[in-house]
Design a protein around this ligand. Structure first.
Ligand code: AMP
Length: 389
């Protein structure tokens, strides 16, 4: 997730910059000012309580802010991230934001402060007042809003300076220039966050060999549940014996076993750019597990790729593999091969369909030489990187 707070005095351009940031990075926009105006328009209890305070240019009590913001955040937990405009505005609200982020197993990436001198703010807001229709865009109220900003909101900066996530931008330059400065900051932020790929395809589509090579090429950690389970079998652990039995019957290994192995793998991976998951998630339940595991690391799925290979070609590849030395127990008879293909069809295809609706899935033609397919997938990943960063 990418969570950003835009900070600055009234009239600094937070709203204007938010528009492009939300669409470019697919963030959920939260403006406490907009939320309060909506409550006022709907004449709700909170709206009525806030009305006179807003009209005078004061700050609405933190108790009201926490209620409107909590509702909005918890109703949209699956978003790519949040963009906060006009929040946090008090030192208490900075703590509130910390708590809300913890609740979502994520954190604020940075607070970007748009610096604008007071007289420039007044000039901009007076201008906006000509068309905004906002009763608080008149000189007397503007002066009061700026006083509130200096007294109560500016101290919030120290909170983020202490945490090392405060960045400032010169808000007096043109809209395009400010936009460019913010993009640079976000690009840097994103380069610190994990890039996670899920690689799908039927057994025999080349997911394994491609996944390993792609992980090496892009500096990502390869997470393949199959080889992790094989390792258990090789070491002849108790888990390994259980797994072997399931393989013999062409069945999937229970989630409890898989989750433990993946959890350990993610926890042991330090200083990495991201993960490539292969063979996981295989079921809808596992897709929820993966979301949870990544969220624990403050992360989420960045890209989903499906390698497509016609069924007859899959059977012929798997059959050829069954005659090699490295043949695994699940590949050594036609009946088992068919069972695995069926498992994919009934359990994993619905997962891919779910992702198609949620994130979009990139399909790649899996026919051709290893290098050709590798090249195709790499290009898609490059595009994914660029789109996100
Ligand atoms: P804005 O649209 O952000 O300029 O907000 C308009 C008015 O709503 C402010 O002058 C405050 O009265 C109130 N307001 C908006 N956000 C907050 C907040 N986070 N804390 C307290 N009051 C707020």
């Amino acid at each position: 997730m990418l969570n950003i707070a835009l900070f600055g005095p009234p009239g600094a351009g937070k709203g204007t910059q938010s528009e492009f940031l939300t669409s470019k990075y697919n963030l959920y926009y939260i403006s406490t000012g907009d939320l309060l105006r909506k409550e006022m328009a709907e004449k709700t209890r909170l709206g009525l309580e806030a009305q006179s305070i807003i009209a005078s240019g004061g700050l609405v009590p933190d108790e009201i802010i926490v209620q409107i913001i909590e509702k909005t955040i918890t109703e949209n937990p699956g978003s790519n991230g949040f963009l906060f405009d006009g929040f946090p505005r008090t030192y208490i609200q900075a703590y509130i934001l910390e708590g809300l982020m913890i609740k979502l197993h994520t954190s604020l990436n940075c607070l970007i402060s748009l610096n604008v001198p007071e007289e420039e703010s007044v000039k901009r807001l007076m201008n906006r007042g000509l068309t905004s229709g906002r009763s608080d865009d008149n000189e007397q109220v503007i002066r009061n809003r700026l006083k509130e900003y200096n007294d109560k909101t500016l101290p919030v900066l120290q909170f983020y300076k202490d945490r090392g996530i405060y960045v400032e931008v010169d808000g007096t330059s043109g809209i395009e220039e400010v936009h460019e400065q913010i993009t640079q900051i976000i690009r840097q932020e994103l380069s610190k966050s994990l890039f996670n790929i899920v690689l799908f395809g039927y057994p025999g589509s080349g997911r394994g060999s491609q996944g390993k090579a792609l992980a090496r090429h892009f500096g990502l950690e390869y997470v393949a549940t199959g080889p992790m389970l094989d390792q258990e079998i090789k070491l002849n652990t108790e888990t390994g014996k259980k797994i072997n039995e399931l393989y013999e019957n062409g069945q999937l290994v229970p989630d409890e076993i898989v989750v433990q192995l993946i959890e350990k793998k993610l926890a042991d991976s330090k200083d990495i750019k991201g993960f490539i998951f292969k063979g996981f998630p295989r079921t809808l339940v596992q897709s929820y597990i993966l979301d949870g595991l990544l969220k624990k690391h403050g992360s989420s799925i960045s890209q989903i790729i499906e390698i497509e290979v016609p069924t007859l070609e899959l059977i012929s590849r798997l059959d050829a593999r069954s005659k090699t030395e490295g043949c695994m127990p699940y590949d050594n008879s036609t009946a088992r091969i068919v069972k695995r293909l069926q498992e994919h069809e009934t359990k994993t295809v619905p997962v891919i369909d779910k992702y198609k609706q949620l994130h979009g899935v990139t399909k790649v033609d899996g026919l051709g030489t290893f290098e050709e397919v590798f090249e195709r997938i790499s290009q898609e990943i490059e595009t994914g990187f660029k789109r996100l960063r």
